[in-house]
Every structure is written in C-alpha cells, then in structure tokens.
Design a protein around this ligand. Structure first.
Ligand code: SF4
Ligand code: SF4
Length: 303
C-alpha cells in the first residue's frame, strides 16, 4: 500500500485512531485517568493495587485485565474488588463483550493498538502473513493454561513458588506502560534498563516485534497470547448465537468477493470462501465495514 492510500485509510478510520489515544490516556501512566479518578473518589493517593509499591503513580496495574482473569477463575475476584473497585473493570467488559463484542480490544486496548498502529508503518513485504492460519485453538489453549495456572497457584505451594510471577513477567500491558511512561517522563532507566528481566525482554521481542510490528495486522500477540481478549471473544461467540446481540453480519447477496474486507482485518477474522466472520477472533474494529464498498457488512443485531 502506498503512502497516499495509507493516508486515505487513516482519514476514513480517524475515530478508531482517536480512540486508541483515548485508551492510552485512560489507562496508561503517566496519564492513567481511570486510575487517578478512582483513587480520587476513594479519597486517597495511595494505590492499593500496586502491592510492592516502588511508586504511588497510578498506572495500568491498577486496571489490569490479565490478573483479573486469574482472579475470576480462582475465586478471588469479589474479595479483590471490595478492596479496590477498579479491579472489577473486566466485570464490566465481559457483559459488553457478550452483547456487543470485544469492543475494548478493537477500540481501547493500549497494548493491541500500540502494535497495530506501529505495524501499519511497515511495508507488507516485511511482515509475516499468518492470516490463513486460524489461531483460535492456540488462543483458547493459552487461556486454558493461564486459568489452570491461576487455580494451581491458589491450591499448590509448589506451583505458587515456581509460577506466581508468570502473569506479570510475560505481560504486554505492563510493557506498554513501561515504554510510554519511560518516554513521557524521560526516564531512561525505565525505558531502556530498569526492571527489564529476561522474561520481560522475551515478551518485548515477541509482542512488539515478532507478533506485532512485523506481523500482518500487528495483532498477532492479541490473537495468540492475550487471556483477557480470549475471554471476551469466548463471550462474544456465545452471545452472537442470540438474535438480540450485536455482531458483524454479512449480506452475501451484496458481496462481490473483492476481499477488501479480508485484507483489512487486523486479526484475520474473515475467512476465505464465501465471506464469513470468525467470532472467536473478531474484535469489532469495524475496519471491514469501512473498506467494503458494497455495503455487504454491518454491525447490527439479528441471526
Ligand atoms: S469487502 Fe464487501 S464486497 Fe468485498 S469481499 Fe468483503 S464483504 Fe464482499
Ligand atoms: S471482522 Fe471486521 S470488525 Fe471484526 S476484527 Fe475483522 S475487520 Fe474488525
């Protein structure tokens, strides 16, 4: 795609890019407006979510979705939310995903939007194309392993000793926060050296480069390794069976098989053959609707 068509695409999708910025402002420090507002309403500046506090600055840990997936399945979630209500953000996102799809993933997630946006700057010839490989099995397999570990940590001291830090060590949300905070506060230690464990470096390499910038769509990490996204997708898949829920729908009679929608989908959710949406992957970004010149796609209710 040449520069001119990239600019055209940017203009058509301005609202989505605007929402990416909003996502950063709401969740990522040094802004973290959701966390700041929450602390203000609680009448404190101490961040109870940041347990080994090296700083009181609210950051993405305050609204982390990964750890809350752990807590849902090990039964701790209500107890944790009682201490710090912002921990319950995922409890709001799950019914939204059931009724309207994983809108958070497609419109607000700072980690996913970061890699997707950077990937768009790279010419397609430098990017791996796995769009014909359906990642659904790996995606749910990873979620199952993540949940199993969470439950195992609760009931086994041996598992706890070995794996209790896995969730955070391999976290793309935490890395997004570290990079952005380091850049804005001009904290070179945070940006380049501080806290960069070997696990964080491996995750950085996989999330940002292999499955991000140099992957078709820039959302490979979301597709394969995000437990929060997989859980929302599972609910979207179940919800999409019902007539009153919203989903991307295809009017086959209007489709002329041009494949513009398939090529624009960042998460490879549009399958070959007659156009079909994979509900296990679709993150409701609506890029396909914008790209379709024949009005064959819509975000609407129905069978
Ligand atoms: S962009 Fe529209 S017309 Fe083209 S293949 Fe997709 S649904 Fe069909
Ligand atoms: S199918 Fe459409 S709405 Fe769903 S992720 Fe792909 S481009 Fe976005």
């Amino acid at each position: 795609m040449n520069i001119e068509s990239k600019i055209k695409k940017l203009k058509r999708n301005w609202l989505r890019y605007f929402m990416f910025i909003v996502g950063f402002l709401l969740l990522v420090s040094p802004f973290a407006l959701v966390a700041r507002t929450g602390l203000y309403l609680m009448g404190t500046t101490n961040n109870p979510a940041w347990q080994q506090a090296s700083t009181d600055i609210p950051d993405i840990h305050s609204t982390c979705l990964r750890m809350t997936v752990d807590w849902i399945f090990n039964g701790d979630i209500l107890e944790r939310v009682a201490v710090y209500p912002l921990r319950g953000m995922i409890l709001v996102l799950l019914p939204i995903a059931f009724l309207f799809g994983p809108l958070f993933c497609g419109w607000l997630c700072p980690a996913g939007s970061f890699t997707e946006s950077l990937s768009r700057l790279v010419p397609s010839k430098f990017k791996m194309n796995l769009s014909n490989a359906s990642p659904t099995a790996i995606r749910y397999g990873f979620l199952a392993a993540f949940v199993t570990l969470a439950v195992g940590i609760k009931f086994s001291d041996v598992i706890k000793a070995k794996f209790s830090s896995v969730c955070c060590s391999y976290c793309n949300f935490a890395l997004t926060n570290r990079i952005i905070e380091g850049a804005f506060l001009l904290d070179l230690r945070d940006l380049f050296f501080g806290h960069w464990t070997s696990a964080a470096l491996i995750t950085l390499f996989l999330w940002l480069f292999v499955f991000g910038i140099f992957m078709q769509g820039g959302r490979g990490f979301c597709n394969f390794f995000c437990p929060a996204g997989a859980l929302q997708s599972l609910l979207h898949f179940l919800g999409s069976k019902l007539r009153f829920t919203y989903k991307i729908r295809v009017d086959q009679s209007k489709c002329n098989d041009c494949w513009h929608c398939k090529n624009s989908c960042p998460v490879w959710a549009i399958q070959s053959g007659s156009i079909k949406i994979d509900r296990h992957l679709c993150n409701m970004c609506k890029e396909c609707i914008i790209e379709c010149n024949h009005g064959a796609l819509s975000f609407s209710r129905g069978p």
